[in-house]
Write a protein that binds this ligand. Sequence first.
Ligand code: XIL
Length: 359
Amino acid sequence: MTTQAHCVRTLTLILLAVMPLPGPPPSLRQAADHAGVLVGTAIRPTQLSEVAYATALGREFNMVEPEDAMKWWVVRRNQEAFDFSQGDEVVRFAEAHGMKVRGHCLVWARDNPEWLAQGHFTPAQLSRLLHDHIAHVMKHYAGQVFAWDVVNEALDENGDVRDSIWYNRPGIGLAGKRTRYIERAFRWAHKADPQALLFYNEAEGEELSKKSDAIYDMVRSFKHRGVPIDGVGLQLHISELDLDVAGLEANITRLAALGIQVHITELDVSVPLNPEEELVNKDDLTHQAQIYRSVVRACLQTSGCTAIQTWGFTDKYSWIGSSSHGSRGMALPLDRAYGPKPAYDAILEELTASRNHKR
Ligand code: XIL
């Protein structure tokens, strides 16, 4: 080899070593791992046997939450027994793929079995039922579920406590005492699994409003009085392609300032569809992506916001599109064929950019 050829070869080798070859773009999961944040999705165990579903799930997310599999109507189909088979499937998948599991949910007015909702139990009986449910379910999943939505959707749009079987219909014995029944559930939950992070999860209280003020006041009072609460879940089902970004940011910031974590728990952004299930406005997927971007950015700019989760991940399977939502849909970051939509790219860009900020 001539001296000149030798120099060229050496230079080429040096260049190859310092310039990374263009590889495939990172997944949401890789970007989130680098950013130090959890990126999750709600899942249904029945779909795990579909290879494309399971592959995309394991590649894109480092956290899962059962969409229904840990709710009362699944776990307590009858009064006598607990059925953990569906929830256990979710946990098995997560463990096999190194993902965390969020539990959802222990106390809710909805998605309860008929025998409970129509059972005409006394407050004393309901109190025992709820205590035993929380204790049994949380102990079963101790060490596997790292965070629980202990209480779901307990407040109405005015910030008042909603009527429910657990509060006042007839309630667990604390009817009329506002958030005392919520407090009791958190105390029971902490006893059942002292390691689990305990969340209050709520819908339509993400921006600044009477409802989000009431959530804030409740959590502040809980923290002040030593009620064991670790976080607030902001659901963020968005159906009007409209988000008050400044309000969301301000709400996340004030909640985190209480010393709790904020999780975005049920993010989806639906768009209008025609009867053929096609877009009504061709620009809507771009608007949708902008909203996803704003939510991810709002979370990542506060270190107390530690998880971003979508309610499903492919438009093939979403609770939006069930009859109650009429003509809306396409709410998730991957399309029906598991291809990335503009919303996916927006989430990935924000996660990747946040590597450069200290969280
Ligand atoms: C929904 C599920 O997605 C559906 O499969 C089920 O039929 C009804 O519940 N807020 C919540 C979730 O906290 O539990 C709800 O999930 C969506 C609204």
